[in-house]
Design a protein around this ligand. Structure first.
Ligand code: ZN
Length: 170
């Protein structure tokens, strides 16, 4: 018999000499490990917080302070349309930086208060609106009616898409 097989046989016989003692120790060691692992896992996992997928009437009421200025910007955007079609470039630029100047922060602030599933899209649209208003400002500076018209239409499209993400009180 090769030497390693003989050693294996000896090892087996040793195990059978003390069948209970090592096995018991081994079992209690395993259960201790299990207790430790379980305790660790439980302490790591935070209690499950349900992610809201709908707006409660209370939440909508709470959001009004953010929603109102964003919805009111619609009238300011209508005024801007008139200034552009009049090719009143000075007032167009003043209007973008003045009355519409806060819209970026208002839209971004509202984005963060929306349901988690809508936040990314709302933030993207808020940035789109402002990208277009910045390009509109540049077009006004260059007195380009066609370029200004394109940027205005794009800004309005993104603004309207943003409004669709806002919950309506029913
Ligand atoms: Zn856009």
């Amino acid at each position: 018999m090769p030497l390693f097989l003989r050693q294996l046989e000896i090892n087996f016989s040793q195990i059978h000499l003390f069948p209970n003692l090592p096995m018991l120790r081994f079992r209690s060691f395993i259960s201790l490990i299990l207790v430790l692992v379980t305790t660790f896992l439980v302490s790591c996992s935070s209690p499950e917080v349900a992610i809201p997928t709908t707006y409660t009437p209370e939440k909508i009421a709470e959001l009004q302070v953010y929603i109102q200025p964003v919805e009111e910007a619609r009238e300011k955007l209508d005024v801007l349309r008139g200034l552009i079609s009049d090719q009143n470039w000075v007032d167009t630029r003043t209007w973008i930086h003045g009355p519409l100047g806060k819209l970026r922060q208002e839209m971004l602030g509202l984005s963060r208060s929306l349901l988690p599933k809508d936040q990314d899209e709302a933030t993207r649209l808020a940035r789109e609106v402002f990208g277009h208003l910045e390009r509109l400002d540049a077009s006004a500076k260059e007195r380009s009616l066609s370029a200004a018209g394109v940027q205005y239409a794009e800004a309005l499209k993104d603004y309207d898409a943003f409004l669709k993400l806002i919950p309506k009180a029913s």
